[in-house]
Every structure is written in structure tokens, then in C-alpha cells.
Write a protein that binds this ligand. Structure first.
Ligand code: DGL
Length: 268
């Protein structure tokens, strides 16, 4: 059996990244760790998120992972360097691929980023986009209510539309033509965010999902060596708490039922 790719997130939202990685690299084994006991990371200080991220990464190392994906945007924003310095394996975050895809998509060089308060405060998307193209202007907007809405499965209808109108207004005033979804949870609200943005802007908008962008970056990076080094493409899920809502919530992010998945509760 091939060495797995480790993926961690503050909770179950990063299953959107696991899903995109599995779609791009179906033969790779994945070990996903969701720190469900300590979610959310998006409202915590950088020091705390760094400490939690190191704990998650160290646990995944015990599964002999060949590469680590930091699926959480907040952890990618504040802890990527600390993890890269500490680990001997490649560590990939979601922010650089999302930033690159945003720069490729914009025509008027004005990008809106929707993310958690922690990611916005880190300035990580601004830095990553500046590296790609210093002429691009970035307008970052915290959209904290999207996290519980996605967890509840309230992804369309009046409530998420109202939240989207509020969060998108400053980006519309900034005349962006591209929105980067800089949070694990936001791809579930893709349709609402897109429709409300188009209504408010009066023209189409490009929406970049950092989960997909990361999966594409990973396919370019991963060792495509002998087939026996990979497979059979299984997904193991570790969580630090197994709440009652686990099945419903996890299947929303994963896009399929979780029955039959290897799910284990662990302590960190
Ligand atoms: N996983 C987080 C992120 O992508 C969202 C949820 C949280 O705040 O922990 O930023």
C-alpha cells in the first residue's frame, strides 16, 4: 500500500479539500484529521492556531504520510511556515494555489477574498497575491456566518442570501471581478455567493475555490512514480471529537454518504 497524503483541518470543512484531492488523484490514499474538538480556528489567535496545527501535523506524521496538506485556510495563513520548518516532508497550504488561481482569473486586477476573521487578519492572501502579481489589488472580507450556515446545510435561500448581500457589498463597491473562496466551508455556498454577487455587480464574476486550486497544484507536485507506490485510494478519517451531527455534516462537505468510511476518534 502506498504512503498516504495527510490532510488536516480545524473540523470537517476540510473534507471539501479531501474530496477535491481524491477527485484529482483518485489512486492516492488519504488520511484526514479534523480537529472537531477545537473547531473553529478562524476566531482564535495566531499563536493558538500554530500550536493546534503543529499538534495535528505531528499526529499525521505517525501515519507515515509522504506529504501534508493544510486544508484549513486559517492554519495555512498563520502556521504554514512553522510547519514547513518543522517537517521533513512537503507541506502544502491552500492559500498559494487559491491566490494563483485568483490572479489567473481576474481581468480588471481587483480580487475579493472571502475568509474567516483569522485568515483576513493574517494578510496571507494579500501577500500570496502580491507575489503572483503586484499590480493586483485585494479586498479581503471576513464572512464568519458562512461557517455555521454551511455546517447547518443552509446553503441556499433567504438566510444565506442576506448574509451574502452583507458580506459582498464592500467587494461590489470595490468593483472586483473575481472572488476567492478562502475558507473550507464556503464552496458549499458557491451558488448563493455567485448569484448574489452577479445580482449586485450587474455582471458575471469568477469564483475561485481554493480547494480545487490546491488539488490541481497537488497533482502537479505529487510523485507520479510506479503504480505500486500508490493506491488503493482509500480515505481514513480521524476526528478529535465525534459529535452526534457528524454523519450529516461530514457527508455535506464530502459530497457523499460517510457510511463505510473508516472513522476514528483520537485525542491530541
Ligand atoms: N477551516 C477554517 C478555514 O478554512 C474554517 C472553520 C474554522 O474557523 O475553523 O479557515
Amino acid at each position: 500500500m502506498g504512503k498516504p497524503i495527510g490532510i488536516f483541518d480545524s473540523g470537517l470543512g476540510g473534507l471539501t479539500v479531501a474530496r477535491a484531492v481524491h477527485a484529482a488523484l483518485p489512486a492516492e490514499n488519504l488520511v484526514y484529521l479534523g480537529d472537531t474538538a477545537r473547531v473553529p480556528y478562524g476566531t482564535r489567535s495566531a499563536q493558538t492556531v500554530i500550536k493546534y496545527a503543529i499538534g495535528c501535523a505531528e499526529r499525521l506524521l505517525s501515519f507515515d504520510i509522504k506529504l501534508l496538506v493544510v486544508a484549513c485556510n486559517t492554519a495555512s495563513g498563520v502556521a504554514l511556515e512553522a510547519l514547513q520548518e518543522r517537517l521533513d516532508i512537503p507541506v502544502v497550504g491552500v492559500i498559494n494555489p487559491g491566490a494563483r488561481a485568483g490572479v489567473a482569473a481576474t481581468r480588471n486586477r481587483r480580487i475579493g477574498v472571502l475568509a474567516t476573521a483569522g485568515t483576513v487578519a493574517s494578510g496571507a492572501y494579500e501577500r500570496a497575491i502580491r507575489v503572483e502579481n503586484a499590480a493586483v489589488q485585494v479586498f479581503a472580507q471576513a464572512a464568519p456566518l458562512f461557517v455555521p450556515l454551511a455546517e447547518e446545510g443552509w446553503t441556499t435561500g433567504e438566510v444565506p442570501r442576506l448574509a451574502a448581500q452583507r458580506y459582498l457589498q464592500p467587494l461590489v463597491e470595490a468593483d472586483i471581478d473575481t472572488i476567492v473562496l478562502g475558507c473550507t466551508h464556503y464552496p458549499l455556498l458557491f451558488e448563493t455567493i455567485h448569484d448574489v454577487a452577479v445580482e449586485l455587480l450587474g455582471h458575471d464574476v469568477a469564483i475561485v475555490d481554493s480547494a480545487d486550486a490546491t488539488a490541481r497544484a497537488l497533482s502537479a507536485l505529487i510523485d507520479t512514480g510506479p503504480a505500486e507506490d500508490r493506491g488503493p485510494g482509500e480515505l481514513r478519517v480521524l476526528v478529535t471529537d465525534l459529535p452526534g451531527q457528524f454523519g450529516a455534516s461530514a457527508s455535506r462537505f464530502l459530497g457523499k454518504p460517510v457510511e463505510g468510511l473508516d472513522i476514528r476518534a483520537i485525542d491530541l
